[in-house]
Design a protein around this ligand. Structure first.
Ligand SMILES: [Zn+2]
Length: 173
């Protein structure tokens, strides 16, 4: 019977008769999928670096950042000892800030910039939108300010200033 063939990875005959397309049992298919997921994030923690850092700074002596990063045991220790009398608290902040702090799964919690540095896909870099009209107006205002300065310092005459000003204002309109 076709349904009684062994899984090509573990060699067991699946009790539920389920095979993946490539002939893995359910357990093996899931294991492979998990391994692929882990590989795709390069073994980096999914915990948010900034959240971890802020928790450590503000409520770190209560171990909150350790609870957040699934290090419950030491979190309780931090809670009971005030972050190992403040020393463990300080060490944690430094480690998080330098992206060397690991979560409960032993995965590094990295800042976005660190991830990019290491070639790991971080939160997508926001592509700058085409310069907004507001930005452009601002640059015209800067030009006007410069122009006014030139007039005040006597580099250009009041007449020249008015001409230039009219030109710039036309561009804004
Ligand atoms: Zn299997």
């Amino acid at each position: 019977m076709e349904t009684n063939r062994p899984c090509i990875r573990c060699g067991k005959i699946p009790a539920d008769g389920w095979y993946s397309k490539s002939g893995y049992c359910k357990e093996c298919a899931e294991a492979i999928l998990n391994a692929q997921n882990t590989a795709s994030t390069n073994g980096v923690s999914q915990k948010d670096w900034l959240v971890t850092l802020l928790l450590a700074i503000f409520v770190g002596t209560l171990g909150v950042h350790r609870f957040y990063s699934k290090r419950i045991g030491t979190g309780i220790l931090w809670l009971l000892t005030g972050g190992c009398l403040g020393i463990g608290w300080l060490v944690d902040i430094i480690m998080i800030a330098t992206s060397t702090f690991k979560d409960g799964d032993g995965l590094l919690i990295l800042s976005d910039s660190k991830k990019r540095e290491m070639g790991i896909s971080a939160a997508p870099i926001v592509v700058q939108a085409a310069p907004a009209k507001a930005d452009q107006s601002k640059s015209y205002i800067d030009q006007l300010a410069q122009l006014a300065q030139l007039k005040e310092s006597g580099v250009i005459t009041a007449e020249e200033f008015d001409q230039k000003k009219a030109q710039i204002l036309n561009k804004i309109g």
